[in-house]
Design a protein around this ligand. Sequence first.
Ligand SMILES: C[S@@+](CC[C@H](N)C(=O)[O-])C[C@H]1O[C@@H](n2cnc3c(N)ncnc32)[C@H](O)[C@@H]1O
Length: 219
Amino acid sequence: MSDDGKMHAGARYYGALTLPLYDAAVLNVAVPHAWGVPLSVERGMYDRLVGARHLDIGVATGYFLRKALEDRDEAEITLMDLNENATRYAAEKLQRFDVTEVVGDALEPFPVSGWFDSIAMFHLLHCMPGTVAEKAVAFDHAIAVLAEGGVCFGASVTPAGRTLNLFGRAVLAASNRTGALNNADDDHDALRAEIESRFRDTRIELRGVMTLWEARDPR
Ligand SMILES: C[S@@+](CC[C@H](N)C(=O)[O-])C[C@H]1O[C@@H](n2cnc3c(N)ncnc32)[C@H](O)[C@@H]1O
């Protein structure tokens, strides 16, 4: 485990008891039923966008990578997370590939080397503390290691000002109370503006209350 003192609640919950439950509870239940996004939409993005040299920020179980790489023989993968439990767990599941594990905070320059064809930040920003503008510094750190022609893609729950179903409201309230999520004030248009201010070529959409983006060509 990395320095616990630095670990905010949005990263602290990922451990030996919770990681094995994550795919079933979060991806198969909360994503479609609380946030209104079919898991197939998110899987489709990973399948399409993971490049030969890929950096994943905020990995939990590595579910999307595992699925996206099912039919591939080779991939060079760097897994970065504030919580070492997550990188270790995901790396074990991806051990047939060339995997590098890195403990790092997305709010600080990424401690990785080289250039990446693809950088994913899936379900990460909504865990992180701060305003959308403060979280968006993670894009600057991604741009610093993005290869020419590379893509930065991700998903984050942006519920501010949106209507959620009863289940969504309950999950949002409980997770923001415990600090597992820090996104009650995260707004889709604010996130869109942060992405568009940094990249010339963007594809950004709101599905349910999830902002999905792919961004290329940093300004
Ligand atoms: C909700 S999980 C998302 C996992 C995976 N990307 C997915 O979509 O299923 C969030 C992950 O981000 C990590 N995390 C939270 N805050 C972070 C930060 N500031 N820097 C790096 N990782 C962070 C957590 O430890 C956790 O593994």
